[in-house]
Design a binder for this molecule. Sequence first.
Ligand code: PAF
Length: 281
Amino acid sequence: MEVFKTKSALKAFLAPLKASGKRIALVPTMGALHNGHISLIKMAQQNAEVIICSIFVNPTQFTDPKDLEKYPRPIEHDLAMLADAGCNGVFMPDVAEMYPQGADEDWHIDLGNAEFLLEGEFRKGHYQGVTQIVKKLFDAVEPDVAMFGQKDFQQVLMIKNMLAHFSLPINIIICPIIREEDGLAMSSRNIHLSDVDRKNSLVLNQSLKYVADHFDEFDLKELETKAKAFYENIDGVELDYFTIANGATLEPATSKEENSVVALVAAKVGSTRLIDNMIIK
Ligand code: PAF
């Protein structure tokens, strides 16, 4: 497995592979890898011959500088996991390589109204930062396909809107959420959970599952009320939102007959903010 720190070294590696007709997949990450990321690598291997994983903790998508600072960076462990999984190349640039004019360089594109809902409401400007770096990574790799996890449901929607904005010919593949045995969605942030937080964190999956299991039994308002009730009286858990939304617009679903319905949740568990979702239909 090759490791690249610069766009030029990465491009020099990829050029002959592309010339010989090999399909390239990009798996963008911020490191602190877990089995959820490895499932993206495995999915990439089914869709391309050359797999590039990027590891870059992107400053422009963090709204809280403390969150950026404490973001885990276990790089040796990440590289070992990627080598084990059969990844072909890792792109690990520093901030100056990705933002030569500084991380405050101008970027703003229209991502539609969904940018301002849910995560967008709690993390102002987050999706501008995400789409800014993903565009830079796409420019560096020029992949045929790119893998993203369903866990960041809204992120995938925003990246698809960015792709449409620039008419980029990249196929986006969405990979299912990988959960721990007890149902907690895998996340790089889970390592910050104390033992008590870890037990409390199960409420996210439990409330989503309740909605999925009882979707035919209650109306949408009742389902949402019942799901929110899961969060009452749990010390150390603070619900940011729980919504049953239209999967294309992320506006609250108004009817169960909508083509795509997804339940999405974000909650602070101890000092760690977790998100999760379940596609209902
Ligand atoms: O999902 C992530 O890890 C990040 O938001 C991404 C897509 C790698 C962009 O920094």
